[in-house]
Design a binder for this molecule. Structure first.
Ligand code: 3HC
Length: 302
């Protein structure tokens, strides 16, 4: 018996890819695959969410056209590679499915149980989770060796990294195949083990959360902290602008998972994060978070 887990030693070919969840990240991921010439099936839960997903795809590629980075014909070609549907059954013949639904373990487990039933036996199932256990997701399927993390960064069409997360049961060679796929997408893969937050979010969210704690402690204002980190460290965005970009709900969830795993009080979510999330102020996606909409406006959190 072949124990390489690679289709009798053959390397898989990824030509048709499913993306489940077409929010900011999922739509960005679908765009990345379509730009690389793969056929993409984008799935959302209902027609309204599907239309919002279509809107994300059109706006993002439209921005590239407006900037002269893409011709209208190329945009049409990219969008033409994406089929949008509300039926998971349309993923039956996908070679790879990337899940990008909200960071709720029960939702992910239930989705992976369905994907395991629907997708062909050779299909690889990947999660774009920011911090949840890939092993815990894999364990809900009958193919845990074919489940990996494929973690993209926001905005997905721009950020060059993909964290490729393997678990203790990932088939030999699969992480390398996913890394090769990431390179085909124009990304740089980094191989990471299955620990909360992986590399980037473990380090980045700890820093962003600490910025929120400093704000609450009155050390400096929101604008002062953002300016300090942009101008003093050369970061493209200050911590509050970045929290708004990532989404305060996602950021809060990542901190909760980190805190749960580590019990280290440096990972305790800043109360202001929880408060803004409870108020529905999730950042750019809800039109406001630490800042009002896209631009620094009121000093809500000052
Ligand atoms: N979608 C697609 N493209 C976008 C975009 C978006 N949301 N936002 C900006 N872009 C594109 C622009 O069109 C432009 O493309 P071009 O060079 O082809 O013209 C390019 O990005 C640069 O944009 P701008 O000139 O408008 O703005 P900036 O130079 O300020 O760059 C930025 C914007 C790329 C978002 C930059 O500020 C940045 O790198 N910020 C940090 C982002 C970051 O750290 N992301 C990681 C977050 S952690 C994460 O995602 C993990 C998750 O699990 C939580």
């Amino acid at each position: 018996m072949d124990t390489s887990g690679r289709l009798g030693g053959m390397t898989r070919s990824f030509e048709k890819v499913g993306v489940v969840g077409l929010g900011t990240m999922g739509a960005g991921i679908a765009e990345v695959f379509a730009r690389a010439g793969l056929a993409v099936v984008g799935v959302e839960a209902d027609p309204d969410a599907l239309e919002r997903g279509r809107g994300h795809l059109e706006a993002s590629t439209g921005r590239a056209v407006a900037k002269g980075r893409l011709s209208e014909a190329e945009q049409a070609e990219i969008l033409g590679r994406v089929t949008l549907t509300t039926s998971l059954e349309d993923l039956a013949d996908a070679d790879l499915v990337v899940e990008a639904i909200p960071e709720v373990m029960d939702f992910k487990r239930s989705l992976f149980t369905d994907l395991d039933r629907i997708c062909k036996p050779s299909a690889v199932l990947a999660t774009n989770t920011s911090s949840l256990s890939v092993t815990g997701i894999a364990a809900t399927t009958t193919r845990p060796g074919q489940v990996v993390g494929m973690h993209f960064f926001n905005p997905a069409p721009i950020m060059k990294l993909v964290e490729v997360i393997h678990t203790v049961v990932t088939e030999d060679g699969l992480a390398d195949e996913i890394a090769a796929l990431a390179r085909r997408l124009g990304k740089t893969p980094v191989s990471v083990g299955d620990r909360a937050g992986f590399v980037v979010n473990r380090l980045l969210l700890t820093y962003l959360n600490h910025a929120a704690v400093l704000l609450e402690n009155g050390l400096a204002t929101r604008d002062g902290i953002d300016a300090a980190m942009r101008l003093g460290v050369g970061l493209p965005m200050g911590p509050f602008a970045l929290l708004d970009l990532i989404g305060l709900d996602t950021s809060y969830e990542v901190m909760c998972v980190l805190f749960q795993e580590s019990r280290d009080r440096r990972h305790a979510p800043a109360p202001i994060l929880r408060e803004l999330v409870t108020a529905g102020l999730l950042g750019r996606k809800s039109g406001g978070g630490f800042y009002d909409g896209d631009e620094p406006a009121s000093s809500r959190a000052d």
